[in-house]
Design a protein. Structure first.
Length: 323
């Protein structure tokens, strides 16, 4: 009886060790993606190819990395993992924002023009819940979205096909950057809440006649739960990873617009700050030190890079808005 128990414990121990190493392997984050451009036969750059390809490659990387899409797994070891699923969700949020802007802005010449049908369907499929695992599964819908995005890319890559367009204009780019500002601002606030702080209510600041539906508190104590600190950190890291991929592609497709507005340096500054968010995390845990204490606070370090990237995005938006 004792021998049987020892064998069972040994098997359980070996299985647990194997699952641990598998989870470590599956937790390895993908490298940022380099932009890919395409040219016509006469050497002219095809506008929109780099941005569309970055969107496709970002989703394919998330789906094809070691372990695949982990957010909807219900079996060990992925069901016990939270860092990579948080990374996936952060990246997916950026993917959804760009897909929406491509459908509403980049592919349309004016407000009364019709949306591209492939982009419309792709955006709809990208909005399925990232934890859906039955029917339809998240992976299946996301792969269908990739196929639709490739159809759109093929159309803009065909010089003889006028049914699809990608318009690289300053106003279009500004619309996407406004979404980026909101996303980065929210990320910075969540990261900063790791140590807890009392925030004054500024919801109606700047407009003396502004009103809101229900009364708000003059201040509010905000603090991220100790159990959620690493999730917020890796969600922000995944979001910054996807945004870095897109910014590098935007630098290619909107090169003429950026040069005309003398805004190339502002975009490069955004890219530099986002690259800093992807530095290796050497600590086995996301530490949550307070103030100038002995222990680091990884969330506040990430918040610093995110805030600086957001400031650079605001500068770029102002430059693009100028005549």
């Amino acid at each position: 009886m004792q021998v049987t128990r020892n064998k069972i414990l040994a098997v359980v121990g070996v299985l647990g060790l194997v699952l641990y190493f598998v989870s470590v392997w599956w937790s390895v984050e993908p490298d940022p993606i380099k932009p890919v451009s395409s040219q016509t036969d006469n050497g002219k750059l095809i506008v929109g190819y780099a941005t569309t390809t970055a969107l496709i490659d970002t989703m394919e990387t998330l789906l094809d990395k070691p372990g695949g899409w982990l957010s909807n797994d219900i079996m060990p070891p992925s069901v016990m993992m939270d860092n990579m699923p948080a990374f996936e969700f952060g990246a997916l949020e950026q993917v959804r924002d760009l897909a929406l802007t491509m459908r509403k802005e980049f592919s349309r010449s004016q407000s009364q023009s019709t949306a591209d049908t492939d982009l419309l369907a792709a955006h709809s499929k990208l909005n399925i819940g990232h934890t859906s695992w039955l029917v339809p599964s998240a992976e299946g819908e996301y792969r269908d979205a990739i196929k639709l995005l490739k159809l759109y890319r093929a159309k803009i890559n065909d010089a003889d096909n006028n049914n699809a367009q990608f318009y690289a204009r300053a106003d279009n780019l500004n619309e996407w950057l406004k979404e980026v500002q909101k996303r980065l601002g929210s990320m910075s606030q969540h990261l900063s809440a790791s140590v807890g702080q009392e925030r004054l209510n500024t919801d109606l600041a700047g407009d003396s006649s502004a009103r809101q539906s229900t009364p708000g508190l003059s201040s509010n104590e905000i603090k991220t739960s100790w159990w959620k600190i690493d999730d917020v950190f890796y969600e922000s890291r995944g979001s910054a990873w996807a945004l870095l991929n897109f910014m590098r592609a935007i630098e290619v497709d909107f090169a003429d617009v950026l040069e005309k507005k003398n805004a190339e340096v502002s975009l490069r500054q955004i890219i530099r700050e986002l690259e800093a968010t992807q530095q290796t995390v050497w600590s086995p845990l996301v530490l949550n030190g307070n103030g100038f204490g002995l222990v680091a606070n990884h969330s506040l370090v990430m918040a610093n890079y995110i805030s600086r990237a957001n400031a650079a995005v605001i500068d770029l938006t102002n430059l693009l808005s100028q005549g």
